[in-house]
Structure formats: structure tokens, C-alpha cells
Design a protein. Sequence first.
Length: 489
Amino acid sequence: MVAIGFDIGSSFVKGALVDVETGKPIARARVPEVEIPMDAEQLGWAEQHPNLWWQYLCEATQKLLTESNINADQISSIGISYQMHGLVLVDRDLNPLRKSIIWCDSRATPYGEKAFEKLGKGYCKDHLLNSPGNFTASKLAWVIDNEPERYQKSYKLMLPGDFLAAKLSGIPQTTITGLSEGIFWDFKNDQVSKALFDHYQIDQSLVPEVVDNFTVQATVSKHGAQATGLKEGTPITYRAGDQPNNAYTLGARKAGDVVATGGTSGVVYALTDQLSGNELTKVNTFAHVNYQPQQKMFGKLLNLNGAGIQYRWLHQLMGEVGYEKLNEMAQQAPIGSNGLQVFPFGNGAERMLDNKIVNGHISNINFNIHDNNHMVRATLEGIAFAMIYGIEILKNDGVDIENLKVGNDNLFLSDVFSKTIADTLGISIQMLEATGAEGAAKASIYNVHQTQNKDNINITKTINPNPKLQDESMASFEQWKTQLINNII
């Protein structure tokens, strides 16, 4: 038997087939060929149409089945990982009423600030574990205020993964993990937050049925089967936001596990069973995928919007130069890039900067000293330094980081990026052979076959810190941080 998993990102939809018995990958697919566009009608906005995700999920499924020669009746379970925080509003036929306001859209920030002030720090800390910020609930408040006709037509609100599961099954559902990432969930009472819904004037009937992360949530409908090529009746048994899923994929199960990703955004995600925290407005705390009211497990998430998207921006400016060549160029410049500094904050409001929109910056450029090599290294160092700055915030929030587990894709494939983090912090980085789609497929096996599949996660590389370079790397970081604090934020 075979499990299928999907990873619905803001750049690509990825799919994977995994052998149920061994946990080994059988096939992978990524669509479209070029990145999914983000629509930005105004500065700070970011939208994508949910039907595009559905189209690409169907294409990825058909590609997997065709290229692997796997029959649809061999697939025993479906798992879905998805970009977090996006708002999807649908009518009774599950048709989207507007484009999804996705994770890096900043328009709802003032709504979250007002809600934090109205509800009070105490309530937000004890019940929501977060300030409402720029998350899904606040995005919905923006729709209520600015598009009342669309809101009145809304049948259900969903996260991106909920929408795709509903397209597969015909049944709108969500999870506690999903509601917590939207800041809809009251952890103290283990229910949706009545105070938040009342403040934003959200109709609670918009919330779909709440199901567990690991269970037979629904099955593929006749329409879902016709669109994807999957067999009608195939169970959907797992869904989670991309960051909790990535953590689970990399083996994060218990308090103290810490993982990081460097995709479009950069994330450090630490597991804890404690509710205490000092950085309510900068660090997010969500229900982890294995959260249960009787056995709570939380993920503390530090997010940098401008990670891989900053590097992609540079890549586009450099024309035909590939990422491998860019990494080689970065190694030609010294640590600290001879004073050239890049601040990768050009992708909307940054939670770690108190939801400020400061935009991206390049500082200290000297036309007689700096060349393309310096620019590439300064970009990678700037992203790494921004994540280190975030890790300092996490440490102040009670997280102890001795090492990091990361996937073997995106930014961490760059030696300069990985070594900048390892050398500056003096920690080891374990690179694991795992992807979000494969992780979702493996997670879908749990409870279906009455067993949890072996992780079978191979360590492909360990980046150890070089003590001889720590002082130099830390000095460069401190100079970067001084510029950030004194002149940017």
C-alpha cells in the first residue's frame, strides 16, 4: 500500500508517494514549473486564488500516479500540509468568494493591534497564547469591515489546507491546530474564543466541524476522485500547517525539540509543554500536531517573512546565474562582506519586529570595494543574522537551543548561510533528508494501519561550528544588529 502527501506552499504545490511498510519515498512531484504568483493590488497585500491550489494539487496527483505507475486503489491514505494563516471564505457549494488573503499579507495588522488592546494582554496571554496580530482572525475582521457583502455570503471560513481537503471530500472541516494558527482558539477553555469572536463580530457558525489531526477525517468524494484521479472513498487522515508539519517531519515530537526551515519565509520552531512566555507580540505559540486537551504540546514559532524570498529577489536581479553559482560566489567574499549589510524585511510586516513594516535595506555599500560576490554573501548573511536575531528572542521566551534540525532543501543548502548560523551561535545543524509532502504522507499512515510508520529520516549532513570563526561571525552579527536597532526599527 502507498500513502500520498501534499505540501501546499505559496510558491509550489508538492506531492509525494510513500511506501506504507518501509516509509521510503516512491515518487515526488512539484507544480507548476514556475512559482505561483502572489497578487498584490496594494502595498503590503498578498493574495492567491484557492482554485489555483486545487488545480495544482490535481496536476501533482495525476503526475505522481502516471510517473510511478501506482494505481489509485493502492493509495490507502492522504495527508495535507499547507501554508499557514491564509483566509479562505467559501459559499455553500465550497466555491471561494474571494482570493485568499495569505500569510504575508499585512493589511490586518491594525485590526490585530486594536484587538490586543481591547481584549487585554492578560486575556491574550492566558487564552490565545498570542496577540491577535496579523493572523487569520484579523484578516477576517478586515473582510467584515471592507467587504461586508462577501462576508454575508460566506458559509464557512477555512485555512488553505482545510479548503483543499474540502475540495477532495466535499466536507468543510478544520482542526484545533488550524484554529490556533488563525488565533481563533481559546486554550484555557479548549474551544473557539468567544471574546475574540465577539470583538471581531464573527459569526461562530462559520467555523467548520473540528476534527483531530490524526484520524479518518473524511473520504474522497466522487467529484474529488474525478478531478484528481484518486479513488473515491480514499481516506483523508492528516492535515497540518506547513511549519508544524515540517517539525513533525523532522522528528519533533517532544518538548525541547527545535527545528528550522528556510523557504519563502524562515522559521525556527521549538516544542514545549509549558505555557509561560515573555515575547507575546513577537513569538507565536500554536497547538502542535500532537496536541490533545489532556496532553498539551505547543510549538513556539519565530517567523521571518523575508527569507528565501529575499534570496529569490537577488537571484532574479542576477539574471541567468543559478543558485549553485550564487553560493560559490558568496564563498569568495569574507565573513562580514567587508561591511556590506542586507536587512531582509521586504515581505510585509515582521512579527519579530512588533509587526512593523520596515521594508528591506542595504547598508554601507562602497562602490570601490563591493562587487557581486559581496552582495550575494551579504544577502545570505543578512537572512542568517535576521534568524539569529529571532533566535535571541526565542531564548528570551524560555527556549533553550543546543542544536537545530533542518531539511535538506532551500536556504540551508547554502554553506555560507548554514555556517553563518552555526558559527555565530556555536551550535550544530543536522540536515535531514525529509520533505513536507513526504512528511504529510507518513503522518497520514498513523491510525490508519494502527501503527506509526518509522520515521526513516536520514541525516545527510552535520554542520558543526568552527570555534576559530565564532568571534568574527559574532562581531559581524553585532554590527548588523546595531544598525537594525539604531537606524531601521
